[in-house]
Design a binder for this molecule. Structure first.
Ligand SMILES: N[C@@H](CCC(=O)N[C@@H](CS)C(=O)NCC(=O)O)C(=O)O
Length: 213
């Protein structure tokens, strides 16, 4: 079996999702940090891994994979006994819908390149960035809270085991805290996020563990 290498950045939510998945599946992997702040993700070396110029990219099973949710689904399909996606179609739909609510609706509007552009247009860039983050993460998480008001929600976003949706939620909450988003209005979401955050696979994937020493 080829070595598994994750090309990531410690604060990247999308990378954090994949780190949790690899830990949950006990897949040993090495990490290569791609420094977003100095633009390493736009250099030819990283574009050869991911032509989009984004992290993460995962080298696994002799392939270079991109897109965190597609990577997680690949892992769910190729590794036995995962709880990342439920066995039933309706359950899979729900886990994907919850995951997309974060990964496709909240996360892209708060990405580095987007926010850098917002800052360029503003007379007070730092204040504009903070207001932008609070608005889009706050509104998105309030919608997520409403989605969790569902009989299929259990100790975790879907039922009693962590799934891909929880892997999306925890990094988004890390990001929300970074920007001082009001999370008191999302009690259901926070109870699940706190429960996940205590699990070893999530602890080991935390940005504090992945930060360059
Ligand atoms: N949909 C992609 C998103 C990847 C993504 O946006 N990664 C961010 C870090 S979380 C990034 O590389 N940002 C660099 C930039 O915006 O220039 C995925 O889930 O993998």
């Amino acid at each position: 079996m080829t070595d598994t290498v994750l090309f990531d950045y410690w604060r990247s939510s999308a990378s954090y999702r994949v780190r949790i998945a690899l830990n949950m599946l006990a897949i040993p992997y090495g990490s290569v940090s791609v420094d977003l702040l100095s633009g390493k993700h736009k250099q030819p070396e990283h574009l050869a891994r991911n032509p989009q110029g984004l992290v993460p990219a995962l080298e696994i099973d002799g392939h270079m994979l991109t897109q965190s949710l597609a990577i997680i689904e690949y892992l769910a399909e190729t590794r036995p006994d995962t709880t990342l996606l439920p066995a039933d179609p309706l359950g899979r739909h729900r886990v994907r819908a919850l995951s997309y609510a974060i990964a496709m609706d909240i996360h892209p509007s708060c990405n580095l390149g987007i926010v850098a552009y917002v800052m360029q247009q503003a007379s007070d860039p730092d204040a504009a960035r903070a207001a932008w983050m609070r608005k889009f993460i706050g509104e998105g998480l309030q919608a997520f809270e409403r989605l969790l008001d569902n009989a299929a929600t259990g100790d975790f976003c879907h039922g009693g085991k962590p799934s891909m949706a929880d892997l999306c939620l925890v990094p988004q909450i890390y990001n929300a805290r970074r920007w001082a988003v009001d999370l008191t209005v999302c009690p259901r979401t926070m109870a699940i996020a706190d429960r996940c955050a205590a699990l070893p696979a999530f602890v080991a994937a935390h940005p504090d563990q992945a930060a360059p020493k």
